[in-house]
Design a protein around this ligand. Structure first.
Ligand code: CO
Length: 170
């Protein structure tokens, strides 16, 4: 399982609603968690591994031994948001790029687990930030879309460099 880096087209395609909760989905989620830990990330969305599914995995500690911190989220929907806060983000699809993004401080999320059971989750601070970042991926939205105008200018040369390398590859 390879991570799609910017400007890989899969990143803009987003994901489709999951209808079938089977062993294949379970295996995909497990492989995504493994890939996330290998890359020292705290979250990974299906479009980042080239899959157009509304599926994301996360663990705020990023520690593969901390199974309790893991969340596998299917078909998420943010029901409510409260407060706003700027905080630094990175993304496995943008190696080496970090910038501040404004996100809701608290949220209530509804989603389905790997058995297709409806779940509700209240999240704040870092967990809420990860969830919002990963849900963006499911809609083809990237964190660089949400930067301040100053940061957009700052990261532009790095993005252009990644675009050039991508064009040289394909
Ligand atoms: Co990301």
């Amino acid at each position: 399982m390879e991570i799609v880096t910017y400007p890989g087209p899969a990143l803009r395609r987003g994901g489709k609603k999951i209808e079938v909760f089977d062993d294949a989905l379970r295996a995909t989620a497990e492989a995504m968690l493994e890939r996330m830990y290998e890359s020292q990330g705290v979250g990974l969305a299906a479009p980042q591994v080239g899959l157009d599914l509304e599926l994301l995995v996360l663990n705020p500690t990023g520690d593969p031994d901390d199974r309790d911190g893991e969340l596998v989220i299917c078909n998420p929907e943010i029901k409510s948001r409260k407060g706003n806060e700027w905080g630094e983000e990175g993304c496995l699809s943008f190696p080496g790029i970090y910038a501040e993004v404004e996100r809701a401080k608290k949220l209530v999320l509804s989603y389905q687990d790997l058995d297709g059971q409806e779940q509700e989750l209240r999240a704040d601070d870092f967990l809420a930030r990860i969830i919002q970042h990963e849900i963006d991926h499911l809609k083809g939205v990237l964190f660089v879309d949400r930067l301040s105008s100053v940061d957009k200018l700052r990261v532009r040369p790095k993005l252009q460099d990644m675009e050039r390398k991508f064009e040289a590859r394909v």
